[in-house]
Design a protein around this ligand. Structure first.
Ligand SMILES: Nc1ncnc2c1ncn2[C@@H]1O[C@H](COP(=O)(O)OP(=O)(O)OP(=O)(O)O)[C@@H](O)[C@H]1O
Ligand SMILES: [Mg+2]
Length: 394
């Protein structure tokens, strides 16, 4: 009885299966049924699985082979797309293959046939390692990405205010990254005139680490750090996917929360960010054109195997009287709205002053909604802080 409960409440491990070998079909069927696993999908060819491997938030990849030697090329191809641990299942496991595996970047090798329970045990063990060396720092900041497939929906207003709320209200070490690389305006909305941008950081010589990142961020009086967009649009392309991936990993070691403002496109840097995103806030408005694009974005996210539970639809300007209701938005998107943010005349005033509303018009309806959103996105910590405050008072 107690075992059942623990299994039901455990987080499922997201796995994907590549390759082929004898006995794989039966094994896959058993894994599909297993309560501890979420089998995102399977595809024999590694190249055909690129989208899911890169963007599917996989925790373990199971690669099947019938070869008597370790399929090094196939494993290297998987590594190009994902840092997730790889378990090789082999229907013809020779001593050479097992020896080669000792030297290779694989979490485990399982000769088939094998009981599904043994395979699940190996998957769980590999997922705990997270594909990172044991010495990797334990601090893992949460990445909150604010996206909308339509311009002008309020991404930058929301990301600057949300980041300010995380820093000031929730006391989080917060970094705001402006990934609207060509026309980013987070700095101007925060009234900052930064000397350095994300472009300066990524082109600076030497390894990118926490210390270097600290030298390139600009601090806002709220305690928030920002990494602004390049000054010139043509510098955007120098912020390569590899550099951005490294930057986000480093930022996670230094900050509790990383808020990413974006441009309205699915392009390389956005996909790299999605792959590391813990919460994707998808900003929608009460216009049919925005609704159509948000619906398409949800479909694209599904194609990329982005986990639906990480997507939160934000209905901005939710109280506008424009002949459309929240329930109609939810019906069109076939998903619930997670957060509502009202239209508030203080917002454009604060934008023009370069002062986030959440800090300067704290009593406005907009600010209240943003604060609630910030709390909901870090619930456990907020509860802990409240408990600490009560304890101090008591
Ligand atoms: N809740 C709101 N209430 C009132 N005004 C708002 C609200 N949200 C956004 N706005 C206004 O809409 C304008 C556009 O918002 P914002 O710049 O954040 O959009 P965006 O999605 O970042 O646009 P882009 O795609 O061009 O980067 C802002 O300058 C602000 O004045
Ligand atoms: Mg913007």
């Amino acid at each position: 009885m107690s075992t059942d409960t623990s299994v039901a409440t455990r987080e499922q491990v997201r796995i994907f299966v590549t390759g082929s070998c004898e006995g794989l079909d039966e094994l896959r069927d058993a894994l599909q049924e297993h309560a501890e696993l979420e089998l995102v999908g399977s595809n024999e060819g590694v190249a055909d699985s690129a989208g899911v491997l890169a963007g599917g938030h996989l925790e373990v990849v199971l690669h099947a082979t019938r070869s008597p030697r370790l399929p090094l090329d196939e494993l290297a191809a998987i590594r190009e797309y994902t840092p997730a641990p790889v378990i090789v299942v082999a229907s013809n496991a020779t001593s050479e293959l097992l020896g080669e595996a000792l030297e290779a970047d694989v979490a485990d090798v399982l000769p088939l046939p094998q009981t599904p329970e043994n395979v699940v045990f190996a998957i769980r063990k590999a997922s705990k390692s997270g594909g990172r060396p044991a010495s990797a720092p334990s601090r893992r900041g949460r990445i909150v990405t604010v996206f909308s497939p339509k311009g002008g929906t309020g991404k930058t207003v929301l990301s600057t205010n949300l980041a300010s709320a995380f820093a000031k209200e929730e006391g989080k070490r917060t970094l705001l990254v402006d990934l609207d690389l060509q026309f980013g305006d987070t700095a101007i909305m925060l009234g900052l005139e930064p000397e350095k941008t994300i472009h300066d950081l990524v082109v600076a010589p030497g390894q990118l680490d926490s210390e270097k990142l600290a030298g390139y961020v600009t601090s806002h009086p709220s305690g928030l750090d920002i990494l602004p967009a390049p000054v010139r649009p043509e510098d955007a392309e120098l912020v390569t996917e590899a550099k951005l991936a490294r930057l986000l990993e480093v930022a996670r070691e230094s900050y509790d929360v990383i808020v990413v403002d974006t441009s309205p496109f699915f392009y390389g840097p956005m996909l790299v960010t999605l792959d590391r995103t813990d919460e994707l806030l998808l900003v929608c408005g009460l216009e049919v054109t925005t609704l159509k694009n948000v619906r398409l974005a949800l479909q694209t996210l599904e194609l990329l195997s982005f986990p639906a539970k990480r997507v939160g639809v934000v209905l901005n300007r939710a109280n506008s009287k424009v002949g459309m209701k929240r329930s109609e938005v939810e019906a069109a998107l076939e998903t619930k709205v997670r957060f509502e943010v009202p239209s508030d005349r203080q917002v454009p005033l604060c934008v023009n002053r370069g002062n986030p509303a959440v800090l300067n018009e704290a009593g406005s309806s907009f600010s209240k909604a943003v604060r609630e959103m910030a709390k909901a996105l870090v619930p456990a910590e907020a509860a802990k802080a409240r408990k600490r405050r009560m304890f101090r008072r008591g």
